[in-house]
Design a protein around this ligand. Structure first.
Ligand SMILES: O=C(O)CCC(=O)C(=O)O
Ligand SMILES: [Fe+2]
Length: 209
């Protein structure tokens, strides 16, 4: 048998790993200075990562004010700050790979990992831009790695217009960059059909949320 490629130590051990980004990531220019990079199947061996993420990593239910009442945010949240260890070593590998690939463009590292757990198809995130902090006024990059059941991430121009749909499956990478957080909005709508849990891991630079 001829091996197509030299297996890495991680392939041999069956540990989760990330594929090289260079030459594989596909960039979509959205207009208004925004872009999206997409790489389905970036993480190999995602099951072991999902297992850990679906465990007790400190998920919490958030509540927010909606008009005159307080409602539960329809997803669970966990935020890992710059000095906090990530719950699976693959996530640190992923962040290092993203740092190396985006450093020339971004000029700074990814420091935080925000996580959302969509328990089933009823969980969602409404239209928004990540505009808390510098994302409201400066170009930035937010990198999302998705684990678990496939869900769609939709993007539409902030001023209105047709939505673009990016399917996000187990181990897929989607990166929003340029003016995306200011000039576009994104959302993960509820799913009509029954779907299992999905965890979204969002790597962001300092001061972006
Ligand atoms: O589920 C996702 O991948 C997107 C989550 C998101 O947009 C956010 O938390 O700001
Ligand atoms: Fe977001």
């Amino acid at each position: 048998m001829v091996l197509a490629h030299q297996p890495s130590m991680w392939d041999v051990l069956g540990e989760p790993s990330v594929r090289p980004l260079a030459g594989s990531v596909v960039r979509h220019a959205l207009g208004h200075g925004a872009w999206v990079d997409h790489l389905p199947g970036w993480v190999q061996g995602s099951d072991a990562v999902l297992d850990v993420l679906l465990g007790d990593i400190g998920w919490r239910a958030d509540r927010r004010q909606m008009y005159d009442r307080e409602v539960a945010v329809p997803r669970l949240l966990r935020w890992f700050g710059p000095r906090e260890a990530l719950p699976h070593p693959l996530l640190a590998d992923a962040r290092s790979a993203l740092d190396a690939y985006y450093a020339p463009e971004l000029g700074e590292p990814f420091v935080s990992a925000g996580m959302c757990l969509y328990r089933d198809g009823r969980d969602s995130v409404a239209w928004h831009g990540d505009r808390v902090g510098r994302g409201s006024s400066q170009d930035t990059v937010v990198a999302i790695v998705s684990f678990g059941s496939p869900r769609a991430l939709l993007l539409r121009p902030a001023g209105g217009g047709r939505a673009l749909r990016f399917p996000l499956g187990h181990g897929d990478l989607l990166v929003m960059g340029g003016s995306c957080q200011r000039t576009w909005e994104h959302a993960v709508p509820k799913a009509a059909q029954a779907v299992g849990p999905r965890v979204s891991v969002q790597f962001r630079p300092r001061g972006v949320a």
